[in-house]
Design a protein around this ligand. Structure first.
Ligand code: MLT
Length: 227
């Protein structure tokens, strides 16, 4: 199976988790895309649900498929959120933000009872850090934040999109940070949050409850977080 077929398989598998009248969170990115498409198909066949989106892009895709979209501020607990990830370790700790929607993704994840990650096997790692860690920052002080991050044992920090910076849905910039293998993700997350100007990091720790991993041999592996 090629990458696209694996992403499609994981997304479609996750769409089966959605039950009538659920309030669900819909992720952003190349795998979540297939989840939203499959969900749209079920809505067309009469499934009634409501959804909260993690980005303008996903909201647009869902709306075009007649999936009703609510604002995060207008809901209480989201029953189930399905989203992609850039890296998934064996404890279901994640790096996210490759798609640029990490802030809203983390807020939606934190408001969700279950966070199911859809990914292909290439996203599985033993230790986080091969993928550069996205950090969302306030544009006015990004150079200072960059300097502080470089002092933290980080070999390289790139402003995403430079010289035309990528601007997030919330009007921020993203710094892609090359830490290499991350020994202690919790400590790194806390340290990054202590830098004035950091809005959010792409470290999603203790948030995912389950991962649906599509394999090149056509199989699907389900991993559940031990509670
Ligand atoms: C992300 O976490 O930023 C992306 O959604 C990952 C993906 O493309 O699946």
């Amino acid at each position: 199976m090629d990458a696209l077929t694996m992403k499609k398989a994981a997304g479609e598998f996750a769409a089966r988790y959605v039950e009538p009248h659920m309030l669900i969170g819909i992720g952003t990115g190349s795998t979540a895309y297939w989840f939203i498409q499959a969900l749209g198909e079920r809505v067309k066949q009469g499934l009634q649900i409501q959804a909260v989106a993690t980005s303008k892009e996903s909201a647009q895709q869902a709306s075009a498929l007649q999936i009703p979209i609510l604002e995060l501020n207008d809901v209480d607990e989201i029953m189930l959120t399905v989203d992609g990830a850039d890296e998934v370790d064996p404890q279901l700790q994640l790096i996210k933000g490759g798609g640029g929607a990490l802030l809203q993704e983390k807020m939606v994840a934190a408001a969700s009872r279950r966070l199911v990650i859809v990914a292909d096997e290439r996203k599985q790692v033993q230790q986080l850090g091969a993928f550069p860690l996205p950090v969302e920052v306030i544009p006015a002080g990004w150079k200072h934040v960059r300097r502080r991050i470089l002092e933290m044992n980080c070999s390289r920090v790139e402003l995403r999109g430079y010289p035309q910076p990528f601007v997030t849905d919330h009007g921020h910039y993203i710094l892609d940070c090359y830490f290499g293998q991350i020994e202690d993700a919790h400590a790194l997350n806390i340290s990054l949050h202590q830098i004035p100007g950091v809005v959010e990091t792409g470290l999603f720790l203790n948030l995912a409850t389950e991962a649906i991993i599509a394999r090149a041999d056509g199989s699907i592996q389900i991993i559940r977080r031990e509670s």
